[in-house]
Design a protein around this ligand. Sequence first.
Ligand SMILES: [Cu+2]
Length: 459
Amino acid sequence: MHSRRQLIGGAALIGASAVAGRVQAASIPEAPVMDKATMQPPRHPASGPDYRPVATLNGWSLPWRANGDWKEFHLVAEPVVREFAPGMNVHLWGYNGQSPGPTIEAVEGDRVRIFVTNRLPEPTTVHWHGMIVPCGMDGVGGLTQPHIGPGKTFVYEFELKHSGTFMYHPHSDEMVQGAMGMMGMVVVHPRAPSLRPVDRDFVFLMSSFRIDPGTALPKVAEMTDFNMWTWNSRVFPGIDPLPVGLGDRVRVRVGNLSMTNHPIHLHGHSFAVTGTDGGWIAEGAQWPQTTVDIPVGALRAFEFVADNPGDWAMHCHKSHHTMNAMGHDVRNFIGVPKQDLARVVGRLAPDAMAMGTSGMSMGDMEMPAPDNTLPMMTGRGQFGPVEMGGMFTVMKVREGLSRDDYRDPGRYAFPAGTVAYEVEAPAAEPPRAVPRATAPEEPTPLRAMKVRKMKVRKM
Ligand SMILES: [Cu+2]
């Protein structure tokens, strides 16, 4: 992270006119910039009420400064290059060097002043999704404020009425700016640190992109056919693991600003949904779950005690969302002998690849791919290829992890005798009601099938 005081100096002076009379240009705080796409250690507050800070997956929290009884933040909307995973960089729009933007953390009752400098080539605004603010601070361009033109700086001022988890995103050329990755998270901690305490508190945002293989820019007009399903603009194996101490009380806050719902599933634990972007859920209204479906434009916070050590998968349960870019017109050839066809096609197009007769498992196989394109399913675990992409990561529950240690603890050391194993005896044929035919049956000729037409009564 480095200061960009010199770089934004010009923009800050130009922006002064937008806030003249209330905040002077010289008093605009620095805009820190992040140059890494890995999770930064949670930022404990240097002053003001104490709280246990959140860890943003593959992200960071925006530093603030105290000014009287205000907390001041500075967001800079700008073009960024985001690494989705090693081997793939994408040109997006974001805030302060990354997409999504930094998490804004403050405390219930705080008065916040959030400066927004626009370094994009078109106007923008910032809407505070889920937050109860005065109407003129709601950030809907044209409706509640003028759009923030390129080079301009606006300031949003409001009091944080409620604790909870919220999001920020533009309400200005939304289709383009959403598809380009402009979003971030707001976490408002309860005033009393004893309220809703947890040991680990993770946050991330889900989004979707259409980035054709070999390219580096999302197609912003795409409506349905996305091929990159991201958590904080990262895909597996580029998504940080969640390191958790055995016995920790854990909260995970997940926002969805993609174009479809995502059923998020955690292995090895049962959790309760404790909050939405509308606030906290009373304990009596919570029920146990292992998958929580998160609608578009919504947020779910869920909590559990990590009492089961291991490497636990956490992923979207839509199987196409745990894949990276793929050819969506791949045919299903399971059970079809096609060696002759493959020989002919291979002569015509040596790089062609069709789905295998036994599935698509690729193991260690490598297939040709254009530059800046990730394998469809990838990643390695200690027992072999993981064969995942997209919205997948691992929660690593370990004994003796110190409280603020968020480093990857490495692979789980499975206790001897606790891993599923191969049986060397031949498997006996299970008894069946109807004995299985020994030879494959001849396909039934179509003309031999009896077709009975049903009369349809007209209504
Ligand atoms: Cu999904």
